[in-house]
Each structure stands twice: as structure tokens, then as C-alpha cells.
Ligand binder design. Structure first.
Ligand SMILES: [Zn+2]
Ligand SMILES: [Zn+2]
Length: 660
């Protein structure tokens, strides 16, 4: 029999009988691969496993544990969802159903305005499982658009897609629904379920099964408010049961930790429509905010930064000179004065810091010159992109700019890395991923200068023994950068810190210093932020600790609650004593049962509650209960005060965020 030769990803050549498909290839390589195979990549294009292979093809098998494989799995599960819905509701119409991050959705219209209920989802899941058990084959067909219109005659949304593709109004590349070049492709499985689709799909429904339907939401057809409102069923699908369970658990945890909910529960902040994307900080939240600023201020004073403050409104001309007006203008808020001058509300602090640098004649002896600012910036974000404190329009950066010579980059960068790791560790984050991004294709500056800047950053990390991931070409147009990503208690990654070398801005804004040679030189500028945005960092802290902040960060650290009114005077004495030593303590003298008080303060995530009753008054003791721990400890007031001060000052992290 004639043979064909194909090339595998490791460049090995494999001979197969003529007419072999991806299924044959997978089986030929090995049983475990055959089991995990869901689709094929042939010469850079994804195809069904059943695709016949040709002489000279470059082939790789897409397995279900990869992103591409999961995509196919989720997309196939979406088909089964539509199949199940159409088989349960006669007259149901289906629209589109793409895979999305972690899952898939499908949009439907039910006859007579019927809406899906929670029970319906359970029934649909059941039907889907039956379809999966039957191991129905997915078969691919290609037909003309006339034939397709006939086939999907009863489904107006499908018909509309076919019409819009054949008139060229939508590109099949982006629709994921239909094949290009005059033909329409569709897939069939089971007796008669068909769906428009470019594929690929898993070979048969038996490959699916580790899925869950999650919720129903309204969605306009084509995302257009003037179009009919459809019902969208969301689901998630994974390659095995363990991953599905882990994902559902992560979702539950994320929900429980949602900082917006905790923000209400702990009375920290709120948002309202009159200030879209800007937080109203309540006294508790603002106390936390100030605690972080005071902490950072202390760290910066110890490491040679000068704190400054620059105007929030500066004229258009400055932003034109800095280049922001052209490159960042769409994200800038502006304001016009009576004399028609246009001012921009600063989206970043750098140009302001350059003005301070330029305000005096600087010499090489002034370098490195480190300016820090808790700078409030505004950036326009579409309202749909906003998310609690995590994505806002108004935020405060812990921003700093270091003006230095090229020779100083290594030492300065090393100091920033060290400072940042110390700070993250104090906050309870020890799992940090460092990413190094080097020159992009479009850039300013000479290659020799880039060489030196990149080497200096790499050397600074090597000297500290830090491992990093390399992101080639991901640097800014003005210089290479290091990004710091922290991992939270449930494994999510948050990029917070950055260190960027800037070979552009000082020159643009005419910043110079007098060198040892008596001539003018342009300094290198390092942009640096550690928390990034204070607002977002607070959101991350709240979710990391599920609201159970370490004592030193808690806005209110201790509540002294009375058991009987006989203890009122003593309770006041205790609170005064705690406040005298600098602890944030409050009094609860209400005429309520102690259990009620304890429950309420626990819900507000107060780390310590001191209960005092008649016995405590008589013995001059206090009963201390700690959030998330059972029981209470009776101590003398002196001892209790010492314990709290020690915990506060050592910035101890008692709660690891995984509990509570
Ligand atoms: Zn499909
Ligand atoms: Zn900057």
C-alpha cells in the first residue's frame, strides 16, 4: 500500500498508509495520545481529527489538556447544549454559542416568551449527559449558502448569519460560525442536530462530559440594544472531573472573597453613578488607605526617596511636549478655563516630576535623584470595563521616578527589586513572579543604549539571585521593563509592581544635568510603582485575606464590648489604654447580648474583640477573642496590651488568608 510521510512537532517524520487521518496518526503514536486527542493542527490550521492527511503535512495533535484543546472541548459542549435545548423546547430558536474563557455560552429564544429557570438548567444538563453517553459522531459538511438557508429555514438567527456572511457583511474569520470562500460549513451529530460552524470539533460527544451549566443572563442579539433580547446560558467545561471541581471551588472562593461585598460588610467604601469609577472612601476604608501610605512613606524615607506633590491639572502644552497628548489623549480627562486654555487632569505623574528635576541646575553629584508621590491620577476607561476597586477611573499611585546615569541603573534597579520584595512580604505575599520585557520592534533610542539598559536590569536581578520570565519584545517603546506579579491565596495572579527604564521622556522635556566633564547630559529616568494603584491593591488585599486583614492593617483593630452595663467604666478605661499606646480601638456599650455583639463585629472582620463583664472588672482582666479562632483568652490588661502592640509592630500575619 502507498504511504505518506508527515512531520511531527519534534521534526520527526512518520510514515502512514495513504488516506490516514488524524485519528490514525494519534493511534499510531500511542494509546494515551489517542485518548487525549481532540483536534489537529495541519500546517498551522486547526482541523478535525478525522481530516485526511497528505504527503508533506506538518501535523501536531491538539490534546484536551491544552488551551487549544479546551477551546475545542468547550465549543463542542456548546453544541450539545443547543442540541439539548432544542430537543426539550419545541420551537426554540438558537443563535450563537462560542467558547469563552473557562467555558462557553449559547444564546436562545424560547417560544411564547418562556424563560429558563434553575430547574430547567438541571434538566438540560441531564439531557446533555444522555447525548454525551450516546457518543454521537460530529460530522462536517460544506454546502452552498442557498442550501444552508434552506437547511436553517426555521432558525432566523442562523439565517441572518448565513445572509450576512454571503453578502460579505461579516467576515467568517471573526464569526467562528461559517466557513469562508462561498461555502457554508455545518456540523451534524445525533439524528438531526445541525449547527453552522467552522469547527473543529471533537470526533464524538463521548469525549465530553466534565461540564456544568452555571447561569442564565439576558443578551441582545448581535450585542445590539435594538435587537431582540435573548437568553444566554453560561457553562464551564474541563478535560477531567478534578479540574472541573477545582474550577467551581475557585469560583465559590472568589465569590466569597469579592472585595465589593467585603467593602460593604466592613464599611470601607462605595461607588455611585455620579462618580463612575471613583471610590467614596468611608472612614474605615480611608484608615486602611492611610495605613498603607504611612507604611510606604516609612519604607521610602529609609531608602532615599524625597516625597513631593505635583499639580493635578496641567496645561495641554505640557502634555503635548511629553507626548502623552498624542499617545494617551483618548484616556485623558480635560478641562477648559475662561481664557479657553485647555488643561488635562494628570493620567500620570512623570511630567510633573521632570518639572521638579528641571527647576534647578542639577549636577552628577545630585544623582541618583529619587522623587516619590502618592499621586492621584485619572484615566478614562469605558464604563463596561470598570470593576470595583480593581478597575477604576480615579486612583492613587505609589509612584516614583529616579533620575540617574546609565551606570547607576543596575544599583537603582536592584534597590527597587529589594524594596518591592520586602514590601510584598510584609503584606503577606511571598509568591512573586518576575517578568522581564525587552526591546519591541517600534522603539526610540540606539541599539547600543538598549543593550546597556537591558543588561543593567538583568544584572540587577542576577545580583539578587532572582529568577525571571523573559517576555521578548514586550518592553515599552521607550525602554525595557520589569513587571512583578503576585499570586494570592487562591492562586490568582495580579500584576502590581513595575520598573521601567525610560530613554525618551527626559530628553523630550529637556531635562539635563552637568556631568563630571562639565558638559550637559540627559539623565536616564526610571519609573517605578510598587502597589501600583492603592485602590486596586486594597481590593487585592481584601480578596487575598477574605477580609480577615492582619491586625496591623485592620482599620479598626479591637472592639471592647461590655457584657453588662456594670462594666461600662472599666470598658472605657480599657479602650483609653489601648488608644494611648497607638492601637485603633473602639467601644461597644450597647445594651445587647454579648453573643450578638461578637457576631456583628466578626462580620465586620474586626480582628480582636475584648469582652468585659463583672468578673473582668473585679479581677482587672480582659477576655480576648480573635477573629476566626475558637474560644477566648483571659489575661491581665497589661499582658493583653503587650500582645497587641507586639503583633501590631511586627506586622505579624496571623491569618494566612486561606481560612475564615
Ligand atoms: Zn461548532
Ligand atoms: Zn512615570
Amino acid at each position: 500500500m502507498a504511504e505518506i510521510k508527515v512531520t511531527l512537532p519534534d521534526d520527526s517524520i512518520r510514515s502512514l498508509p495513504e488516506g490516514s487521518t488524524g485519528i490514525d496518526l494519534a493511534a499510531d503514536v500511542g494509546r494515551s495520545l489517542a485518548k487525549a486527542a481532540v483536534a489537529l493542527n495541519v500546517n498551522g490550521e486547526t482541523k478535525d481529527l478525522s481530516e485526511p492527511l497528505s504527503e508533506g503535512d506538518s501535523v501536531s495533535i491538539i490534546t484536551q489538556d491544552t488551551e487549544d484543546g479546551l477551546h475545542v472541548l468547550r465549543h463542542s459542549t456548546a453544541h450539545v447544549l443547543a442540541q439539548a435545548v432544542l430537543s426539550i423546547w419545541e420551537g426554540a430558536t438558537y443563535a450563537i454559542g462560542p467558547p469563552i474563557k473557562d467555558g462557553f455560552y449559547y444564546d436562545f429564544e424560547l417560544p411564547d416568551g418562556v424563560t429558563f429557570t434553575e430547574d430547567d438548567l438541571i434538566n438540560i444538563e441531564k439531557r446533555m449527559n444522555e447525548i454525551i453517553k450516546q457518543d454521537q459522531h460530529f460530522e462536517r459538511y460544506e454546502i452552498s449558502s442557498e442550501e444552508a438557508l434552506e437547511l436553517f429555514e426555521d432558525h432566523r438567527f442562523k439565517k441572518e448569519i448565513i445572509e450576512r456572511v454571503s453578502t460579505g457583511e461579516i467576515d467568517s474569520e471573526i464569526s467562528n460560525e461559517v466557513a469562508a470562500e462561498g461555502t457554508i460549513s455545518y456540523y451534524k451529530n445525533g439524528q438531526d442536530f445541525v449547527d453552522l460552524c467552522t469547527g473543529p470539533h471533537v470526533p464524538s460527544t463521548g469525549k465530553l462530559g466534565h461540564f456544568a451549566l452555571q447561569k442564565v443572563a439576558g443578551a441582545y442579539w448581535r450585542g445590539d440594544e435594538k435587537q431582540p433580547m435573548l437568553q444566554r446560558i453560561y457553562g464551564t467545561a474541563w478535560s477531567n472531573e478534578k479540574e472541573l471541581k477545582q474550577y467551581l471551588h475557585r469560583l465559590e472562593e472568589a465569590e466569597r472573597r469579592d472585595h465589593r461585598r467585603l467593602g460593604r460588610q466592613m464599611d470601607l467604601f462605595h461607588f455611585q453613578d455620579e462618580a463612575v469609577g471613583a471610590a467614596f472612601w468611608h472612614t474605615n476604608g480611608w484608615t486602611l488607605f492611610r495605613t498603607l501610605i504611612e507604611y510606604m512613606r516609612g519604607r521610602q524615607n529609609d531608602t532615599g526617596y524625597q516625597e513631593v506633590n505635583t499639580p493635578e491639572l496641567m496645561s495641554r502644552e505640557l502634555w503635548e511636549a511629553s507626548g502623552h497628548w498624542d499617545t494617551f489623549g483618548e484616556n485623558m480627562f480635560t478641562s477648559q478655563t475662561e481664557d479657553e486654555r485647555i488643561f488635562a487632569i494628570k493620567p500620570m505623574n512623570c511630567p510633573g516630576h521632570v518639572q521638579i528635576f528641571k527647576n534647578e541646575l542639577r549636577s552628577y553629584r545630585d544623582l541618583p535623584f529619587r522623587l516619590a508621590e502618592f499621586g492621584k491620577v485619572h484615566r478614562y476607561e469605558p464604563s463596561g470595563a470598570l470593576h470595583g476597586l480593581m478597575r477604576v477611573r480615579a486612583f492613587t499611585q505609589d509612584d516614583a521616578h529616579i533620575f540617574c546615569t546609565e551606570d547607576q541603573i543596575t544599583a537603582e534597579s536592584g534597590a527597587v527589586c529589594q524594596l518591592l520584595l520586602n514590601i510584598y512580604s510584609d503584606m503577606g505575599f511571598d509568591d512573586i513572579v518576575i517578568k522581564f520585557a525587552d526591546r519591541p520592534e517600534r522603539r526610540v533610542g540606539e541599539d547600543a543604549v538598549w543593550d546597556r539598559a537591558e543588561d543593567a536590569l538583568k544584572k540587577s536581578m542576577a545580583l539578587l539571585g532572582l529568577d525571571y520570565l523573559h517576555n521578548p519584545g514586550e518592553g515599552a517603546f521607550y525602554g525595557p521593563k520589569i513587571e512583578f506579579v503576585l499570586r494570592d491565596a487562591i492562586g490568582r495572579e495580579w500584576q502590581c509592581g513595575t520598573l521601567q527604564v525610560d530613554l525618551n521622556l527626559p530628553g523630550r522635556l529637556g531635562a539635563t544635568y552637568i556631568g563630571e566633564d562639565g558638559k550637559r547630559h540627559t539623565p536616564v529616568l526610571l519609573h517605578r510603582a510598587i502597589f501600583g494603584s492603592l485602590e486596586r491593591f486594597i481590593g487585592i488585599l481584601l480578596e487575598h485575606y477574605a477580609g480577615n486583614l492582619p491586625l496591623w492593617l485592620s482599620p479598626l483593630q479591637i472592639v471592647v464590648a461590655t457584657i453588662t452595663s456594670d462594666a461600662d467604666d472599666y470598658a472605657s478605661e480599657v479602650v483609653n489604654r489601648l488608644r494611648e499606646v497607638g492601637l485603633r480601638a473602639d467601644l461597644d456599650l450597647r445594651n445587647e447580648k454579648i453573643n450578638f455583639k461578637v457576631r456583628e463585629h466578626s462580620l465586620s472582620k474586626i480582628p480582636a474583640i475584648i469582652a468585659v463583664g463583672k468578673r473582668e472588672v473585679d479581677e482587672q482582666t480582659v477576655s480576648v477573642r480573635r477573629l476566626g479562632q475558637k474560644g477566648q483568652r483571659v489575661m491581665s490588661l497589661d499582658d493583653a496590651t503587650k500582645v497587641f502592640i507586639a503583633e501590631h509592630e511586627s506586622r505579624a500575619i496571623v491569618s494566612d488568608g486561606a481560612t475564615g
